[in-house]
Write a protein that binds this ligand. Structure first.
Ligand SMILES: [Zn+2]
Length: 253
C-alpha cells in the first residue's frame, strides 16, 4: 500500500493526522524516511545508499529540513547569521552540498553503468588510476582526499574505463572510514562486471589528522583489497601492485 504524505517545508516536528483515523505520520521528512527504512529492516549507516527508499519529492523536502537544522547549528555556535552577510545563506549551501555533492552517494541512485559481454574472452589484467578519492570521515565529517587504483582480470562481462571513475565517485561521496570504503567499492565493481580478479588500492590523506587532532599534514593511509584470482594467485597480485607502482611513477615524471 502506498501512503501519500504531505510535504513539509520547515522543521516542525509535531506529528500530523490526515483526519480520517489513519495513524499519525511523522511530519519531518527525515523521520518518515527513517521509519520507512526501519520498517523494511534496511541499514542506513553513514556509508549506506538509501536512494531507493526516498520517494519522489522527498529529497527536495529533506534539503529544506537539513538547511533548517544547519541554521540552528550556526545559531547554536553563536554566529549572527541574520546580520553576517558571509553566513546568511550558508545553511542552504551546506544542505545542497551534503545532499547533492559530497554525500550524494547516500541519497542518489548509482549512475547507470552498461556492461557488455566479454566476447573476446579477454583475461589479461589491467589497472585504472589514479581515480581521485573525495570523501569525508564518518567521525568528523571532514575531507578524505587521495587516489585510488583499480585492477581487473576480466570475467564474463566488461565495463568502460570511465565507468570505474563514476562508480568510485558515487561510493566515495558518503561519510566513510577508508577501510570500509574500499570494501564497498569492491562489492559494487564485482556486482557490475563479475571480474575473475579484482584489486583496489586507496592512498588518502585524512583532514581529521591534517587540520585538527595531531595536525600531521603529510601522513596518509594506504589500504587495499584483493579478490578472486588476485587473492589466490600471488604472482597476479604482485603484477597488480607493480602496475600501480608504474602508474604512480609516471605521475611524478
Ligand atoms: Zn575523522
Amino acid at each position: 500500500m502506498t501512503t501519500t504524505v504531505p510535504f513539509v517545508t520547515n522543521g516542525a516536528s509535531n506529528g500530523i493526522s490526515n483526519g480520517n483515523g489513519q495513524p499519525r505520520l511523522s511530519a519531518e521528512v527525515s523521520s518518515r524516511i527513517r521509519e520507512r527504512l526501519q520498517a523494511a529492516g534496511v541499514s542506513f549507516l553513514a556509508n549506506d545508499n538509501i536512494a531507493e527508499h526516498i520517494e519522489p519529492g522527498e529529497l527536495r523536502a529533506l534539503e529544506v529540513e537539513v538547511a533548517d537544522k544547519v541554521r540552528d547549528l550556526l545559531r547554536t555556535l553563536v554566529i549572527d547569521i541574520d546580520n553576517d552577510h558571509n553566513t546568511h545563506e550558508t545553511a542552504e549551501r551546506v544542505a545542497r552540498m551534503y545532499l547533492h555533492e559530497v554525500f550524494k552517494g547516500r541519497y542518489h541512485h548509482q549512475p547507470k553503468v552498461a556492461s557488455f559481454p566479454n566476447v573476446k574472452k579477454l583475461d589479461e589484467i589491467y589497472t585504472v588510476g589514479p581515480i581521485t578519492v573525495r570523501s569525508a570521515c564518518s567521525h568528523h565529517l571532514v575531507p578524505i582526499m587521495g587516489n585510488c587504483w583499480i585492477g581487473i582480470k576480466p570475467g564474463v562481462r566488461v565495463i568502460g574505463l570511465s565507468k570505474f571513475t563514476r562508480v568510485a565517485d558515487w561510493v566515495f561521496s558518503r561519510p566513510h572510514i577508508q577501510e570500509e570504503a574500499v570494501m564497498i567499492l569492491a562489492d559494487e565493481i564485482e556486482k557490475l562486471c563479475e571480474p575473475q580478479g579484482l584489486g583496489i588500492i586507496i592512498k588518502a590523506q585524512h583532514y581529521c589528522m591534517k587540520w585538527r587532532g595531531v595536525k600531521e599534514p603529510q601522513t596518509s593511509m594506504v589500504n587495499s583489497v584483493v579478490r578472486g584470482d588476485f587473492r589466490h594467485d600471488p604472482s597476479l597480485k604482485q603484477e597488480f601492485f607493480e602496475l600501480v607502482r608504474q602508474q604512480e611513477a609516471l605521475l611524478s615524471t
